[in-house]
Design a protein around this ligand. Structure first.
Ligand SMILES: N[C@@H](CCC(=O)N[C@@H](CS)C(=O)NCC(=O)O)C(=O)O
Length: 229
């Protein structure tokens, strides 16, 4: 099935690109700039104006799936043997779902007031206060992850999963407001490990518009929203 990932560099869409690379099936990416996310063209893809979204199939018979959790679950279920997530019906999958939910509804939204304080107050003078409160929430969420990673190499313990890419795509934002190496040593260790992973190196190069250090056998095309047929 044709799979097209809509992404913006530096966002949580990286989690889905890492998952797609891990699956190894053919996929394409479509760059959506911050400005384009707010425009009518992209709102036809995702009315929320958010990345990630994936388009499955070719227009006019294509479907679009948005929301990181839904996309990661879709990709994991597409090819269970790739072990992006544990099998359904196991305790391990229950724990993975718990982390998906906690990263998606705890850690992820903790960053939003920091980057978009205007969405949380109509009083411009209060923006700095909103951002300061966001830093408290971000630190609290990341400390929960840090405590977990003290005893676990990966989010799910001993093996790499789609959750590690999701955590990595967000934990890197922590550098904008926290001293990650000293405040969150285990998250920092995880970030370093992920940064060095060949798939992550490939995906971060692609999201930055660079040539990947090792070629992808799965990435078919790098498209841009403005010229998307
Ligand atoms: N609930 C969505 C949130 C996605 C999200 O916040 N995406 C950010 C980038 S990391 C975005 O597109 N923000 C633009 C906006 O909210 O206007 C999900 O889990 O996928």
């Amino acid at each position: 099935m044709d799979t097209l990932l809509f992404y913006t560099p530096g966002t949580c869409a990286l989690a889905c690109m890492i998952a797609l690379e891990t699956l190894g099936d053919p996929y394409s990416v479509c760059l959506v700039t911050k400005e384009e996310r707010r425009g009518d063209r992209f709102k036809q893809v995702n009315p929320r104006g958010q990345v990630p979204a994936i388009r499955l199939g070719s227009p006019p018979d294509s479907r679009v799936l948005a929301e990181v959790n839904a996309i990661l679950e879709h990709l994991a279920d597409r090819k269970p043997e790739a072990e992006l997530l544990p099998r359904h019906g196991t305790w391990e999958r229950d724990v993975a779902n718990q982390w998906l939910s906690s990263l998606g509804t705890g850690l992820h939204p903790a960053f939003w007031p920091f980057y978009n304080p205007q969405r949380y107050t109509t009083d411009e003078a209060a923006h700095e206060g909103v951002k300061a409160a966001a830093v408290i929430a971000i630190r609290r969420e990341l400390r929960i992850v840090d405590d977990h990673l003290e005893k676990n190499e990966y989010v799910l313990g001993k093996s790499l999963s789609a959750l590690d890419g999701y955590l990595f795509s967000m934990a890197r934002w922590g550098a904008d407001m926290l001293d990650t190496p000293s405040e969150l040593p285990h998250v920092f260790r995880h970030q370093k490990m992920m940064t060095a992973h060949p798939i992550v190196r490939r995906c971060t190069a692609v999201e930055r518009g660079r040539e990947p250090p090792t070629p992808s056998t799965a990435l078919v095309a790098r498209l841009e929203l403005a010229t998307l047929p």
